[in-house]
Every structure is written in structure tokens, then in C-alpha cells.
Design a binder for this molecule. Structure first.
Ligand SMILES: [Zn+2]
Length: 261
């Protein structure tokens, strides 16, 4: 719908551009095309952009923040659950379907401890984002089904791999009755950069009330990495966030959404 609005606005702008004197016409058309492209790419890539579909990246209650963990379950998810339990806080996990097999008990433990389990696709392939509508819906459904198989509840919260959206993601989310979740702030605790604990903590404690924060409890299938820094940073950041008067809640609590179908 929003995309349609952008398209209509662009058509109107191009129509208007044809009325300007001829020597200005080309630069004006180039400017319109550039602006369209920038907004479109932002719609695909920004975890905050709702160009294609409503994306929830923060809540309205400024006294709360939501910690989220992507790409699990992994060998260190239990250690993360232990830190959350030590501090008595709840978080939201977005597991990759392909990582669930053999770690169903970890997801069940997280769910039983009161954390929310969403879904983060099945394969988390870089190519996932280029799937067309029918195969995208099948991929998203497969990821949701894997979580449901493990915990006995069908997740409603969906986070697209790398936060990328497209018309195919929109169709899948609508068809499957899911809620698309982005993030307001990244801990940047994963990937090749391998940040130190203090850097991750400093990113987390800058959180503003209402924000959804992105961390990782696992790695994408076929990749390696450890979550040692994530675990140490979490242990330091939780008391600092609490000291700022922020309550750590699940995404569904922050947004006032039902976590399961
Ligand atoms: Zn991911």
C-alpha cells in the first residue's frame, strides 16, 4: 500500500517534471529517479522502514526495552538463558529453522522460562531475500513450523533475515498472519568485526526507552563464531539498563501483541 503510494507519487512527480523548461527536465528526472531508488532501497534494507509492510522496531512505552537474540539456537543459547535468569529478565528469541534440529530442548527451556520465541526464516540464506512470493511463503512457513514442532506453539513474531523486506516478504507475512519485527539498535555482537565486550556494552546502554535491541545467540548455518563476547556484555549491560529505570520485557509485551497464534 505504501509502495503503491510511493509509485503514484513518483508518476505524479515525473508528470510534473515534463512541465518544467526543457533544459531543466533531465536533471529533475534524474533527481526523481534517485529519490525513488533511495526510498526503495531503504524500504528493503532499513530495519525501521515500513515501506513494504508495517515493521515494528520500537514500542510506545518509554519505560521498557526489549532484548532480542537472532540466529540461534546455538551451543551458547543456554548460557544466555542463564544470564537472563540471573537477572530475572525476559527476552525474545528469533531462531533460524535450520538450527532447531537437535536443539529443540533449548527452545523449550527458553519458552518454559517465559521468554518469547519468534521465527527468523528456515534457511537464513542470503538468497532468501530474493525469493518470489510462493517460495518465500514456503520458506517463512517452514521456519515457523520448525519452532512450532519444538515448542508446541505457533510463533507470530517474524524477523526477516538481515532485516530485509520485499513485496514477497510482505505477501508471506500477510498470508501467514505474522507480525514483522525489526530493531532500533544493534549491539553488533556478531559477524567478522568481533567487537570487544566494552564496545557491545556501550552500544546497548545507549538504548532509549521503547527500543528493540538486536543481539545474537547463534550463528547462521554453515558459519562459525562464538558468543563469548555477547554473554559477557549481556551480564554487564542488563544492570546498567535497569539502573536507568528501563524494564526489560519481551517484544510482544513491548508491542502489546500476541506472541503465538
Ligand atoms: Zn539473522
Amino acid at each position: 500500500m505504501r509502495l503503491l503510494f510511493l509509485d503514484l507519487a513518483t508518476v505524479a512527480a515525473v508528470g510534473g517534471a515534463l512541465l518544467v523548461p526543457e533544459r531543466y527536465r533531465l536533471p529533475v528526472l534524474v533527481a526523481i529517479a534517485t529519490l525513488y531508488l533511495v526510498l526503495f532501497v531503504r524500504g528493503v534494507a532499513s530495519p525501521r522502514s515500513s515501506l513494504f509492510l508495517p515493521v515494528h522496531w520500537r514500542g510506545s512505552d518509554r519505560t521498557k526495552v526489549a532484548l532480542t537474540f537472532d540466529d540461534g539456537p546455538g551451543p551458547e543459547t543456554r548460557a544466555i538463558l542463564a544470564v537472563l535468569a540471573e537477572h530475572g529478565v525476559k527476552a525474545t528469541f528469533f531462531p533460524i529453522g535450520a538450527n532447531v534440529k537437535g536443539r529443540e530442548d533449548v527452545l523449550r527451556a527458553a519458552s518454559a522460562a517465559g521468554h518469547t520465541i519468534g521465527s527468523h526464516s528456515f534457511a537464513h540464506s542470503r538468497l532468501t531475500n530474493f525469493l518470489l512470493s510462493a517460495s518465500m511463503t514456503a520458506e517463512v512457513e517452514r521456519g515457523v513450523k520448525e519452532v512450532e514442532r519444538a515448542i508446541g506453539k505457533r510463533p507470530r513474531l517474524y524477523r526477516p533475515p538481515v532485516g530485509l523486506k520485499s513485496p514477497a516478504v510482505t505477501a508471506a507475512v500477510k498470508r501467514l498472519g505474522l507480525v514483522c519485527v525489526g530493531w532500533a539498535r544493534k549491539a553488533r555482537d556478531g559477524g567478522a568485526a568481533k567487537p570487544d565486550v566494552a564496545t557491545i556494552v556501550s552500544r546497548l546502554v545507549k538504548a532509549r526507552g521503547g527500543e528493540i535491541l538486536l543481539m545474537h545467540d547463534g550463528v547462521e548455518p554453515g558459519r562459525t563464531g562464538d558468543r563469548t563476547a555477547t554473554i559477557a556484555a549481556l551480564r554487564e549491560a542488563i544492570p546498567l539498563l535497569k539502573a536507568r529505570g528501563l524494564a526489560l520485557v519481551t517484544v510482544d509485551q513491548l508491542l502489546g501483541e500476541k506472541p503465538y497464534a
